[in-house]
Structures are given as C-alpha cells and as structure tokens.
Design a protein around this ligand. Structure first.
Ligand code: SAM
Length: 453
C-alpha cells in the first residue's frame, strides 16, 4: 500500500520558496505582532518574494494563536526564548487541526525543526522544538482535549475580549467569536455609473469566476482572487468594500434633500472607500478629511481610478480651525477611529494587538469628534456616525450619551449594531439580502431645524 502523500510538498527548487523559510517569516511576523506592530506594517519588512506565503501563513497563525499558545503551555510549562516560542507557536497553530492544516502536520513539524536549525536565534533550541513537536504529533488528541477547558484556546481571542463580547451581546457572543475566526470573502461594490450588478456578475461568469449579489450594490466572489486582474478594475467599475461598509453612503444621502448640490463632509475619510461611494451616488461637493497625510494620498489614488473628485484635506476633525471655511455642512459622515473589533476576520491580528483600555480611550476620541463635528452641521442636516466595532461603548452607548447631551439631535431609524455574519455554505438567501458582512455600528442623527441645545 502506498503512503498518503503530504497535502503539499515543500520544494527547494529555485522557483519555489522552501517551507522552512516561510515558517521563519511567519515566526518573525508573530514576534512583531507580539511587540505591538500590526500585521500589515510587519509584512512590509518581509522580503517581497517571501511576502505572499508569509502573509497566508500569518493569517492562519493569528486565527489559531489562542489554541497554539495553550498547546505550547501543555508541552512546556516555561516558555523558551521569544524567537523559539514564536516558531513553536507558528507550527502548532498550523498543525493542531489536521482538517484545516495547510500542510500535512508531519511536513510542518519537519520544516519547523529545519527552520530552527537554520537560524542563529533558534539553532540552540532546535532539539527542544523537535522534542515538543514530535510529542505533539504522538499525543495530539489528548493534548488538544486538555486545552478545551481554556476559553482562549476554544475561542482564539484574549480572555478580556471574550468577556467583553459576552457582556455586550449575551445572546450572540459565540456567533460573533466564531465569525471572527472564519475567512472573509472578497466583496466588491459595483459602480452603478459604469455598469450594473447583474452585468458585472455576467462579466465574471464569462471568465469562470463564480459570484453572487449581496445587498444593493455588492458582489461576493466565491473564491478570493487578485483584485487588479478583475474585469473593469482600471476603468473603475468596482471598489473593494465589505457589505456592511456599503451601507454608510446611502444611509446619509437618503436622509438629505434631493435636488441641489449638497455640501458634505467625510470626516475620517482615508483611504476613501466611503468618499467614493458618496460621490458615485450623487453630484455633491464632498470634503474628504483625514488626519493622516499618507493615507490621504490613497484617497486621491482611489478617486482617480474611479474618475471622481473631492476636496481632499489633511487635518484633525477634532480641531476644525485650520481646515474649515466656516460653511456649515448639509451632511457629515463620521466613520470614527475605533478598535476595529468588527473586522477581526479581515484583520486577525487586531484581537492580539488591542488592550482593554483601548476601548475607553477610543470612545473618548469618538465622543470628542461627535461633539465637535455636530457644531459644523446645518440645522435640518444629517450625520451618520459609524464604527467597525461590535463593542457597545463605541456604538449604541456612545450615541445614547451623545443624545443625552444634545437636545437638538434625534436618532433616526438606523441599522444600529450589525454583528459579523457568515452564512453556512449552501444556505438559500434572497439576492438582495446581506448574507455576509463585517461587524459595524450605524447611527443616523438628524439635527433639529430650530436650535434648542
Ligand atoms: C475607519 S478609518 C476610515 C475609513 C474610511 N472612511 C473608508 O471608508 O475608507 C478611520 C480614519 O480616521 C482617521 N482619523 C483618526 N483620527 C482622526 C482625526 N482626529 N481627524 C481626522 N481623521 C482621523 C484615520 O487616519 C483613519 O484613516
């Protein structure tokens, strides 16, 4: 009888990067995240030939880090030095669940030991890593079931995060955490000025890409693919945007009068996903403001591809003096800086980077932005406040406090907390409903005509 071949055989051919090098890269990425750097920033330090492989492994590792750390504790009560610990955790995160492992666990263990031997920082730990991982292969089921008593291993989030989601959403906390560990699909927002949703889905079908509609303007691809190679990219037929984020622009514009050109502020605009949507849906004067000059450049690049124009301004929304011309706005979109706790499936590092104190700190900034920008809104105007967070302190608690202090503000019918949603494969859902989206919070606020605050 023939042996079962490994799922993927690492190759040392010059055109392919050996797996042990990618494991070293993934371990460096994990060390950077443990040091507080985002995965996106850390990936910039990775050699460009290694980057795609390291990124794919990094995503997997950060999704299953809670389980990997618990297994490491079972295998070695005292952690080895940081470099060896990172490599060990990378191997465990990739190998612990054979069904989901990108390579056969035996190949992973073999290559992790090779990675340890070939680096000065870990070579003295190579036999320790070998011993731990061989024991893991022998006793996998018993070790995994021992870690089942540890919530961080089961849910793959820090304990404080689990507690917080459970407190904020007692009925849905498990669904939220499970969704955070799933892979996020690629979702496009179709530019209706250039094509139509059904037409674009047909263009994808013509090149054998399976896709379906999600919400009013969204198209969800069955498998991820390179975005610039999709039809109509250069011509601006679509933007990449999650289905929940696609609600912002229509929510604001539907609350404003139709007819003349409106003066709209997108207060935290970079990289311009929602700015572009506001411009696609109406011929309005949009100011796209962001505090980060480099991110503002990306607004310009994105709008250029789509053939759209806004007044792009680098400035602090909390201090309008230097950038505001004194003209009140008809509408304001405040997509406030937040913990990003709703987009964990797209940014699996976020849960390991945040600290519990970040929630209160960010919610203070959000309150200040709300308070300041409210003064810049015309009586009768509308503001959309949103965050890509599931924490109530950044959502409905924030807005309840705001309403208690602003008697000239009314909360209009709004989506409120949208919890991250994934639909089981094969589930039948009407085409215009959302089957997939990130976690988000939306409040639509109307300012009274008569100022009575
Ligand atoms: C959630 S992101 C915005 C995403 C954007 N609305 C989109 O749809 O593409 C939040 C943005 O707020 C910006 N920001 C943070 N604090 C700010 C401030 N005080 N004034 C203006 N922008 C700020 C950040 O630089 C970041 O680009």
């Amino acid at each position: 009888m023939q042996n079962k071949p490994p799922k993927q055989i690492p190759s040392a051919s010059p055109t392919q990067i050996p797996l042990w090098r990618q494991l070293q890269g993934a371990a460096s990425l994990l060390m950077a995240v443990r040091d507080g750097q985002s995965m996106t920033a850390a990936l910039l330090d990775v050699d460009s030939t290694l980057r795609p492989g390291v990124q794919a492994l990094g995503f997997h590792v950060l999704r299953w880090l809670g389980r990997a750390e618990a297994l490491r504790q079972q295998l070695a009560k005292r952690p080895p030095p940081p470099e060896a610990d990172a490599l060990l955790c990378v191997a465990l995160a990739l190998a612990w669940n054979e069904k989901d492992a990108p390579y056969s666990p035996f190949v992973l263990v073999d290559q992790a030991v090779e990675a340890a031997k070939r680096s000065e920082a870990t070579t003295h730990q190579a036999s320790f890593i070998n011993g731990c991982l061989r024991r893991f292969l022998r006793e996998r089921d018993a070790l995994v079931s021992k870690t089942d008593a540890n919530p961080q291993a089961v849910w793959n989030h820090p304990q404080w995060w689990i507690d917080r989601v459970r407190k904020d959403h007692p009925g849905q906390w498990q669904t939220i955490l499970r969704a955070n560990n799933a892979k996020a699909p690629l979702i496009l927002r179709i530019n209706l000025n250039k094509t139509a949703v059904a037409q674009y889905i047909r263009a994808l079908a013509a090149i054998d890409i399976e896709a379906s509609r999600v919400g009013e303007q969204g198209v969800i691809l069955a498998t991820a693919t390179s975005v610039p190679s999709l039809p109509g990219y250069a011509e601006g037929h679509f933007s990449v945007q999650d289905a929940a984020a696609q609600l912002a622009a229509p929510l604001l514009l539907d609350a404003l009068p139709v007819g003349g050109q409106l003066n709209i502020l997108d207060a935290c605009a970079a990289p311009g996903g929602k700015t572009a949507h506001l411009l696609e849906l109406g011929n309005n004067a949009v100011t796209a403001l962001d505090i980060d000059a480099r991110r503002c450049e990306r607004i310009g690049q994105n709008l250029e591809r789509l053939g759209l124009q806004a007044r792009i301004v680098v400035g602090d929304a909390a201090y309008p003096g230097p950038w505001w011309d004194g003209q009140l706005f008809d509408g304001i979109l405040l997509d406030a800086p937040c913990t990003a706790s709703g987009v964990v499936r797209r940014h699996p590092d976020v849960r390991w980077l945040r600290r519990p104190t970040d929630i209160a700190q960010l919610s203070r900034i959000q309150a200040q932005l709300l308070q300041t920008l409210w003064q810049l809104l015309k009586p009768g105007g509308a503001m959309v406040y949103c965050t890509c967070s599931v924490f109530r302190a950044e959502g409905d608690h924030q807005i309840q406090t705001f309403l208690a202090h602003h008697t000239d503000a009314r909360l209009m019918p709004s989506p409120g907390h949208l919890l991250p949603q994934i639909t089981a494969p094969g589930a039948v859902i009407p085409d215009n409903l959302m089957r997939e989206h990130d976690g988000f919070y939306y409040a639509l606020l109307q300012k009274n005509q008569e100022h009575s605050a």
